[in-house]
Design a protein around this ligand. Structure first.
Ligand code: FES
Length: 263
């Protein structure tokens, strides 16, 4: 990816979305944005989100997953804004550098002045939530179930993987702080697993309620661009990242299903 990469976090509590006011003296001063900041060279987007929220809001992001992105064409090159959904937070957000925070419900958020890249994200959140902001934090029982599945190398549901069928999974690899989102797909050459992040901008190919596979089962499909990735190899054959590949994940049979091989 070329150009500047910026991350922002989406965090909703009691139907209210956390927004931060942009500091004076910079671009979009005084507008209300999803809190975040620039990704430093050599830093992963997820690590940048954690650092920004620690430094600016005094909280620790425990879990976050990529949600969507927006690209702005600027005179000095493209600016990609990658937005994460914050699933777990330790601490109470407070503005450590004097800028204001607010918790906005749907009605207020639509009236606030936001930077151009944030506005479509807010509208999409409201559309997905049926006119409200859906909670982003996982409920305790969902959290417990998700934790045990994340630590188990077996891929839930893989026993029933039929032809032209794909399923998503989320795993926590030993020694890695970040969660790994993956997709297991049945192909004519046997099952394949890939990291579910586009090579072009690190967001999942799909959205939770959307299909990952083309109707003939040959391609994984990017929900945003209709880009096509060969299910057998992960190679993008059409779309913005043509010629690049999804990252393969080693799998091995486990009982009647499949498990991630841990190296
Ligand atoms: S996000 Fe990369 S092809 Fe759509």
């Amino acid at each position: 990816m070329t150009g500047l990469l910026v991350v922002g976090g989406i965090y909703v509590r009691d139907g209210r979305l956390l927004l931060a006011r942009r500091p004076e003296g910079g671009p979009h001063a005084g507008l209300w944005e999803l809190p975040g900041g620039k990704v430093e060279p050599g830093e992963s987007p997820r690590a940048a989100l954690g650092r920004e929220w620690r430094e600016e809001l005094g909280v620790e992001v425990l879990e976050a997953e990529p949600e969507t992105f927006v690209v702005e064409e600027r005179a000095d090159g493209p600016l990609t804004l990658l937005f994460f959904r914050v699933l777990g937070l330790a601490g109470e957000p407070r503005p450590l550098h004097g800028e204001a925070l607010r918790w906005s419900d749907a009605g207020e958020a639509l009236l606030l002045a936001t930077p151009p890249a944030d506005a479509p994200v807010l509208r999409r959140l409201l559309r997905d939530g049926g006119g409200r902001f859906a909670e982003t934090e996982r409920a305790p029982e969902d959290e417990r179930r998700a934790r045990s599945e994340e630590l188990d190398p077996r891929i839930a549901g893989s026993e029933a993987l039929g032809p032209a069928h794909a399923l998503r999974f989320r795993k926590r690899l030993p020694g890695r702080a970040e969660l790994l989102d993956g997709v297991l797909v049945a192909t004519a050459e046997g099952p394949r697993a890939f990291v579910n992040l586009c090579p072009h901008v690190p967001v999942p190919l799909d959205r939770p309620d959307e299909e990952l596979l083309s109707s003939d089962g040959r391609y994984l499909v990017c929900a945003r661009h209709g880009a096509l990735f060969l299910a057998t190899t992960g190679l993008c054959v059409s779309g913005p990242c043509e010629g690049e590949s999804l990252t393969p994940l080693p799998i091995a049979p486990s009982g009647a299903g499949w498990a991630l091989e841990r190296r």
